[in-house]
Structures are given as C-alpha cells and as structure tokens.
Write a protein that binds this ligand. Sequence first.
Ligand SMILES: Nc1ncnc2c1ncn2[C@@H]1O[C@H](COP(=O)(O)OP(=O)(O)OP(=O)(O)O)[C@@H](O)[C@H]1O
Length: 332
Amino acid sequence: MDVTATADTSAEKKAAPIELVGIRKQYPDGTVAVGDLSLKVRAGELVVLIGPSGCGKSTVLRMINRLIEPSAGRILLDGEDVTQVDPVRLRRRIGYVIQNVGLFPHQTILANVGTVPRLLGWPKARIRQRSEELLDLVGLDPAKFGKRYPQELSGGQRQRVGVARALAADPVVLLMDEPFSAVDPIVRGRLQEEFLRLQADVRKTIVLVTHDLDEAVRLGDRIAVLSQGGKLEQYDSPANLLGRPASPFVREFVGADRGIRRLAVTPVSREMLDPLTADSGDYPSAELGISLYDALASMLVTNSDHLRVVDGGMPVGLLTRHRLLSIDYPAE
Ligand SMILES: Nc1ncnc2c1ncn2[C@@H]1O[C@H](COP(=O)(O)OP(=O)(O)OP(=O)(O)O)[C@@H](O)[C@H]1O
C-alpha cells in the first residue's frame, strides 16, 4: 500500500467535522423518521449509528448528503450549512458506500473507481493513476483486477471496490450504510480489519450505519444508539456504552453478551497484575495493553491459568485467569 509517492498524499489526510443541529424528517405520509436529533462528529472520527430497524439511521445518513431533505434543523459540514450548498458539489465532498455497492456492471473496476474524478473532469492520466492507487490502497492489485468487470469479483472484493470508489475524489466525509453486511461473517471480519487499517491511514470523518453491535464496537470511536424516531439514547465510546448503559433501552439493546464484548474493549493494565513469581518464566507471555478477550483466548489456547505480562519485552507482572474473570468494571 504505497500512497506516499503521489502529490495527493497531504490532501488525503483532509477530513471535516459534521454537526447535526435539531434535525427532523417527516415523510409526506406523516411518518416522523427523525424527531429532533443533534449530534457532533469530529474531523477524522468514526461514528457508528446503531439502533433497531426503522429507527431512522439511513434517513439520518441520507440527510447528510442531501439525498433526503430535512424537514427542520441544520446540518453543518465544516461549519457550512449543507442546505446552502449545491447538492452535486456537496456529494463530491462526501463519499457514500452502500450495501451491495451498486457498481456499474458494464464498466471495468478501474472505470468504476474513476467515476467521480471523471465527472469532475480530471485529465485521463490522473484518473487512471488515482484509481490504481486507490485499488492498491484497499488491497486489490490494479494489474490483476483493474480490467475485470464487477461480476468477476467476489462479494468482499466488490465491497472494497465500493470503498475505493467512494474515496476516489478525496472526500472530507465518508458515509457508509451497512457496508459490510452483504458478505459472510468471516469475510466481514477481514474487511472490518482492513478497513480499520485504511482509516488509520486516511483518517476521514466517517458515519457508518449498522445493526451489528459487534461491528459497532469494533469500528466505532464513538457509537450513537438511536431508538424509534431517531431519538438519541446514548452517544459514547464502545467501552462506556457496554460498561455504563445510559438507559434501560440501551441496556437491553447491548444485551446479555455485554460481558464478552467488554472483555474485547478493555485492555490488560498494570492494576490487574499480580507480582511475578519464581516460576513466571514458565508461563506464556502477552503484551501489556492487549484486550482481556485476547488474553483469555491465549490462556485457553495454551491451557494455562497464568500469563506473564510484558511491556516492551520486560516482564511486569502476572495475569491470572481468576483475576481476569473477576475484573471490577466501573460501577454502572
Ligand atoms: N419515503 C418514505 N416515506 C415514508 N416513510 C418512510 C420513507 N422512508 C423511510 N420511511 C420510514 O422512516 C422510518 C425510518 O426509516 P430508515 O430507513 O431511516 O430506518 P433505519 O433505521 O435505517 O432502518 P433499517 O435498519 O431497517 O434499515 C421507518 O419507519 C420507515 O418506514
């Protein structure tokens, strides 16, 4: 993934904050999909919208790029009210990725990725260079995949092309509606991991809709839990959401598997460790800061009740299985 060699690299870091101020959407038949929602997303932040079916997630997303016009309220992109911006110009600054991608079947993968730059009238050579660079960035060899057609790719590969296409014109915001839900769980896990690496690289402002809580916990810097009518129940980090659900609704929504999920978002820290002992060297080792979930997995795989925890190669203490399973989480 070498993107450092092009002039666009600095521009790739660009991201803009989004602010929703009291937005409302009432459809012509009277349905109030979103009643009164306010939400701030920082530049470069990945925010996940989650909630039960019909709570208004997609409506919120589509108001941001004006595929749907809000009935009231304001949406600020980089401080500018999006309703004052020409929708076509707006959508060039906002990448949009949807389930099943919607690639053009009669165009090659390279042509698909170059769609927006072509609309923007970029010179041919630049479009090609940018499209190849983007395919590379999402882990597809342009020489191998560039000339293929969408039906000649797997579902996961098509999904990556969708992400590449959304990034092509270097948008300041990426909106993603259930981007990984059309593929099987194993491919989904891999795409999520790749996507996190990609985001670490490009640092776009991302609003992602999902109804998969594991996906939300895995990807989100913050998670917004919505209930019917787009009511914001809680807007928090994954760890706080699981550890301190703000309402009975959220508690029920995050559900019974909360304990396991909390292990995944809680790192091994020094306070959890017992002192080293003479036989510490016999135990499998693990780095300070890995998740409790990974630490437990490591104990199970090695059939050991102890891990020797190291920090930069230096042993700093022992983590016992008993201690791991009785960690005191912050009071709820
Ligand atoms: N064009 C429309 N006309 C009337 N009602 C609509 C329209 N589009 C959506 N709705 C309603 O608005 C509400 C919110 O829909 P939306 O698609 O935003 O929900 P969602 O949270 O994304 O749902 P899901 O998770 O099932 O995709 C639903 O009650 C839906 O039936």
